[in-house]
Write a protein that binds this ligand. Structure first.
Ligand code: NAD
Length: 294
């Protein structure tokens, strides 16, 4: 089986490498030629366009920044849709608007192509380890055809529902991660203002109810002043915007997402959009005029 892989960024590159390691054949494409060369050095073939990737593939995986990129690469001129054959499968693993996932799937279905939306959680370390949490939307009848290859990239692979459900689940994930980072930042700044060592606060509470994967992953980085991405603030703004748009279309309340996106946008406007989203603490530090790290 030949897998096409388009989008070899922070996430896509290690995911593609894991598929190669597991014995799959890959044909790849990205605007970044260095990323393509690196994956080709691991055994993949390079193709000059999305259409060419699709012509050579039984399954095409896309791992792109946002909805417009996926629409362009899949439905645009020279896109995947021009090369894919009837009966082949597109798995879009990007985090995009669930509404766009459904629109793209509808266009593909006119050519007899099946689509899954399968966004991921876990960041670069879990992409490298092949232990991502993968949340999948799409037809149950075709899921068995893609489950094994998704398990190469994921520690958990869950079919949640029909097309779009994967990205609804990812938005739920991103709302909770944003709220966690904001809560943690608020708490660590409060402790620092009160002249209580934030590192000791972290150690004291991580085993209790406030303990979380977010706290364990982000607090040590924040305390070290390390905001290297990871997951960039600008990408989290994108996810929260998709969450707010989707919430509005469903008349579902989203006051926490609204508050956090405001803080993230103000950091982005100061040129910090490429910091890790743990860098949200800088908003609190600026407001409170303390730094939680030495
Ligand atoms: P990235 O910006 O590092 O990678 C995106 C890649 O897509 C780049 O290499 C870029 O050159 C390529 N690309 C863009 N347009 C293209 C086109 N027209 N044709 C070919 N290639 C094109 O982003 P990332 O961090 O790998 O994230 C990818 C997706 O995964 C995003 O939707 C993101 O929200 C999601 N995600 C990221 C993380 C993370 O920690 N980085 C975690 C979970 C989910």
């Amino acid at each position: 089986m030949m897998i096409g892989f388009i989008g070899l960024g922070i996430m896509g590159k290690p995911m593609a490498k894991n598929l190669l390691k597991a014995g799959y054949s890959l044909v790849v494409n990205d605007l970044n030629k260095d990323a393509v060369a690196e994956v080709v050095a691991c055994g993949a073939i390079a193709a000059p366009s999305a259409k060419k990737v699709a012509e050579m593939s039984d399954v095409v995986i896309t791992m792109l920044p946002n909805s417009p990129h996926v629409k362009q690469v899949v439905l645009g001129e020279g896109g995947v849709i021009e090369g894919m054959k009837k009966g082949t499968i597109l798995i879009d693993m990007s985090s995009i608007s669930p509404i766009v996932s459904q629109e793209v799937a509808t266009e593909l279905s006119k050519k007899g192509i099946v689509m899954f939306d399968a966004p991921v959680s876990g960041g670069e370390p879990k992409a490298i380890d092949g232990t991502l949490a993968i949340m999948v939307g799409g037809p149950e009848a075709s899921f068995a055809k893609v489950e094994d290859m998704l398990k190469v990239m994921g520690g958990s692979v869950t079919l949640v529902g029909e097309i779009g459900s994967g990205n609804i689940t990812k938005l739920a994930n991103q709302i909770m991660v944003a709220a966690n980072i904001a809560g943690m930042s608020e708490a660590l700044v409060l402790a620092t203002k009160a002249k209580v060592d934030p590192e000791k606060v972290f150690k004291a509470i991580r085993g209790g109810l406030a303990g979380s994967t977010v706290l364990d992953a982000k607090a040590p980085l924040i305390l070290a002043g390390n905001f290297k991405p990871g997951f960039r603030i600008d990408l989290h703004i994108k996810d929260l915007q998709n969450a707010l748009d989707t919430a509005e279309s469903l008349a579902s309340p989203a006051p926490i997402s609204n508050a956090v996106i405001g803080m993230m946008k103000s950091l982005s406007a100061e040129g910090k959009g490429s910091d890790d989203h743990g860098g949200l603490i800088q908003w609190y530090e600026q407001e409170s005029k303390v730094k939680v790290r030495s």
